[in-house]
Design a protein around this ligand. Sequence first.
Ligand code: 6PG
Length: 244
Amino acid sequence: MSAPHPRDVIVVPDAATLAEATAQRLVDRIAQGGVRPAICLTGGSTPKRLYELLATPFWRERIPWLQVHWFIGDDRFVPPDDPLNNMGMARRAFLDVCAPAGNIHAIPTAATPNAAALLYESELRDFHTTHRAGQPLFDLVLLGVGPDGHTASLFPNDPAVTEQSHWVVGVANANVAPFVPRVSLTLPCLAQTREMLFLAAGRDKQAILRRVFAGEDLPAGHARADGGDTRWMLDRAAAPSAPT
Ligand code: 6PG
């Protein structure tokens, strides 16, 4: 696995600029996305600032909300209104105020993680067949990186990382907090995008980014857009070359 090329790594001054720059890339990708743009959001805490920004008038008026469909790359297997739920965070931050309910595609959290995975995979495949035939499933996939090098809910040494046929899988054991079961898109599913954009901010990301960029065998290092752009956008504090 080759390390990201320096041109694929964008360093911005701070977390506020990271949110602004990502909002612009999202608006640009939506503009290129045809009649049914599709965005795959990430969970975690890093994107919260971006999501809140999208609800502000300047950015809200730049997004064709009736056309865009919103998905999530992974979720914790907890009720939608649980503070740990990733799509719930995105809904509270901007989706519930800005997007039609029918355009918000949350991972179901009924039954079991494996049953939820089958349901979400079916929803993704139907969406692709109906609205994205001949195009990648997504226009933009946002991802984060955890302290162990996971991305979405694909944790090191978990069989989910090497899943090649399913688009969505249940993940029984989370390697890091919150230690709840997960449902995650797989690498082959996340790869179906025009752009894959990793977001990382803060000094505590330096160590794991140094390992990923050095080519260590970690899930975040294996994620790639298939035929699209794979980029990392970091604030200066997270950049591995930053003074420790
Ligand atoms: C999750 C996320 C996960 C996240 C990373 C980074 O469900 O937790 O999808 O992959 O992106 O753990 O999280 P932070 O942004 O909180 O550092």
